[in-house]
Every structure is written in C-alpha cells, then in structure tokens.
Design a binder for this molecule. Structure first.
Ligand SMILES: Cc1cc2nc3c(=O)[nH]c(=O)nc-3n(C[C@H](O)[C@H](O)[C@H](O)COP(=O)(O)O)c2cc1C
Length: 363
C-alpha cells in the first residue's frame, strides 16, 4: 500500500503528500479583493498543517464581476505584490499553492442589478433565479482573454499553477450544461460545441503561461438533475482535457450543502457515497484517463481515504470544510491521531464575518 504521505506529482509540481486544501472562498479579502492579515494567517496555518497543496479561494478575473464579497481578486497587476508574499509564506513550509480562477455568473444574488452578469443563454440559475446576459462572441473573447491575463499574473506571483473553476453552476459549467446552454452558435448544441468555451480558455491560458505550467480544471461529475450535464458527458470532457494537455482534474459535484440527503442516489449507474460523495465518479474517470484525478466532497475518515487510494487510481484527496474546523487535520493524521475530522458537515461555515467553522471556532 502506497502511503498517503508519500510524494506525488501533478504536472511538474511535486507534492509532499496526496492531500489538497480544496478551493475555499474565505470572505476575508478587502473590498477590492486584496490580501489581508487574516488571509495571510489562514494560509500560513494551512501550510504549517502539512497539507501538500493549497488551492486558493476562487479569484475573480475581471473587476466588475464579483460573485461574492471578500473574495480574492486577480483582475489587474496590482495583486502581484501581495500574492508574492502569500506564495513565499506557503513555500517556506514546503507546501504548494495554486490559484483558482473563476467567472461566477448567475449563481449569485450579490449586487445583482448593479452589474452585467454573463451567462451562455437567457436561462435563470435554478437556485438563485438570477438571469444573466447571453454572451456575444466579443463577450466570450473578453472573458477568455481575462482568464489568460489572470493566469499570467498567477505565474508572476509565484503560484505553482492555476485551477480553472468549471464546476458548481458557475459560468464555464453553464456552458457545458445542456440545461443552461441553449445557444445556436458554435458554443452551443453538441457536447463538442458546449466544451468550446472551456477549451478556448485553456488554450489562451496555455499560450500565456507556457507548456510546463500546471493547469488544473475543476468539474462537476454530473449536474444531478434531469436535462443537466450527465456523468457520461463529463467522462468525454475529461478525455478531451487529457488530450489537450490539462495537468489534473478535480471531480466535484455542487451538492455539498445537501449531499447528506442525496447519499445512495444513483446517477448514470454510480451512487453518491456517504464518505467521499463523488469518489465512485472519480474512480471511473481515473480509469478512463491517464492524468491525476482528484476527488473532493465529504472526505473525513483517513481509513476510508486510504481504502479509496488503494482500490482506485484516484491520485489526490481534496478537503474543504474539515480544514475550516481543523486547519492542522493532515498534520494530526500524519502524527498518528487518526480520529475522523471534527467537521460535522453542517455547512454553516459561510458567515457575514467571514467563512469559518462556527461549531469549532467561536469567533
Ligand atoms: C465556505 C466554503 C467556500 C467554498 N469556496 C469554494 C471556492 O471558492 N471554489 C470552489 O471551487 N469550491 C468552493 N467550495 C466548495 C469546496 O471546495 C468543496 O468542493 C466542498 O465544500 C466539498 O468538500 P468538503 O466536503 O471537503 O467540504 C467552498 C465550500 C465552502 C464550505
């Protein structure tokens, strides 16, 4: 059995273990998205907690589109200095750090009405009911270019790679989705066409950052509703991503808030699991493609994680809420205290005062 605490690789990145802090919006940046002392302290604590790789909270790539308050920004060069300090702080502890880049879109109720929010088509987001502006080809080029420029800044800031947020009903996910994407042009219709926006973004980023810079993509295994993106389609997308040179794929699912009520439900022949909600989907994809697959969602028991690592080709295990409750969880496991994570998966970690564990840390 290969230990979870041995070195592994994603692209040219060497990780000291197979644990990843999944992207987690902290709601602690300044209004303009710049770093604060609180944020530096959180990343310092995570790195000291022996995690192999930290993925930042999602960072907005254009100034006028901020899906949530207190999120990190990457929309102009003013960010580079602050992020250099961040990446140095993390690297001192031999931890890697990747910036997650996102265009949010209609899965938001924040400042709706005050700004243009792009969408593939005139279809309200199912949860928020927010309606976006169907994008023109110029809008698509604008966003594609913004992703590439944000990636250039990430590289200049010392991040070890970037992660494209193509999951969780955000804009790129909506392009992939037959429910949200009703376009009649080359960006809509067939799966090949629905993938084109993501592929264009990847291609533009790759041109700017060079062939060796790690690029990860976060996808939903399935949209888990009739008429949405299916797991069979996601499998095809992953093969395409492998073919074009993506370095790793995170398989998520956008249901963590209500996952407990969906455990045992079957989609495209695979069940949502109690421990590691989407690892069955991750397992299938890890057999389909020959690149690092990362599972995220509902991981809390190191014995089960070891078992998944043993029985599948899943390379890494990403964790979000348990690290809000216990930033040093991985260190604790490594040092031999193998009790399950303290997190009770209540998903009450989003507060107006920042995102933290309201159960474990009374602030
Ligand atoms: C407070 C909070 C903020 C989050 N922010 C992000 C984010 O910025 N980007 C992202 O892709 N996922 C985000 N997520 C989702 C997590 O990365 C992860 O996919 C999800 O919480 C399931 O993993 P867990 O069971 O380990 O918490 C967030 C989750 C929480 C609880």
């Amino acid at each position: 059995m290969e230990s979870l605490f041995t070195e592994t690789h994603i692209g040219n990145m060497t990780l000291k273990n197979r644990f990843i802090r999944s992207a987690t919006w902290e709601n602690m940046a300044t209004e303009s998205g710049h770093m604060t002392d609180k944020l530096y302290a959180i990343y310092d604590q995570l790195a000291k907690g022996e995690i192999g790789l930290i993925v930042t909270g999602y960072a907005n790539i254009i100034e006028e589109e901020q899906p949530n308050p207190g999120m990190m920004g990457m929309y102009n060069d003013s960010f580079v200095g602050g992020y250099k300090k961040l990446t140095e702080l993390v690297h001192i502890n031999d931890t890697k750090i990747v910036m997650q880049l996102a265009y949010g879109g209609t899965k938001t109720t924040y400042n709706v009405g005050d700004r243009i929010i792009y969408a593939p088509s005139d279809v309200c987001e199912r949860g928020t009911q927010t309606l976006g502006k169907a994008m023109t080809k110029d809008d698509i080029d604008y966003i594609t270019h913004a992703f590439a420029q944000a990636s250039r800044r990430a590289k200049e800031s010392g991040f070890d790679g970037i992660e494209i947020h193509a999951a969780h009903s955000y804009l790129i996910n909506q392009f992939l989705s037959p429910y949200y994407n009703r376009r009649q042009d080359e960006y809509g219709g067939s799966l090949d066409n629905r993938m084109k926006f993501l592929l264009d973004i990847y291609t533009e980023i790759r041109k700017v950052v060079g062939k060796d810079y790690p690029i990860l993509v976060k996808l939903t295994a399935s949209e888990f509703f009739d008429g949405g993106l299916t797991f069979s389609e996601t499998r095809i997308i992953c093969k395409k991503l492998e073919a074009i040179g993506v370095d790793g794929i995170v398989i998520s699912g956008n249901i963590h808030g209500k996952a407990n009520s969906m455990i045992g439900q079957c989609f495209d022949g695979y069940e949502i699991q109690q421990e590691g909600y989407f690892h069955e989907y991750g397992r299938v994809i890890s057999d389909d493609v020959d690149l690092p697959i990362i599972t995220v969602g509902g991981l809390s028991d190191i014995n089960v994680i070891e078992d998944i690592a043993d029985k599948t080709n899943i390379r890494c295990f990403a964790i979000s809420r348990p690290l809000l409750a216990e930033p040093h969880l991985i260190k604790r496991w490594k040092e031999g205290n193998r009790a399950s994570a303290d997190c009770i998966q209540c998903s009450k970690c989003r507060t107006r005062r920042g995102n933290f564990c309201v159960v474990q840390n009374k602030r």
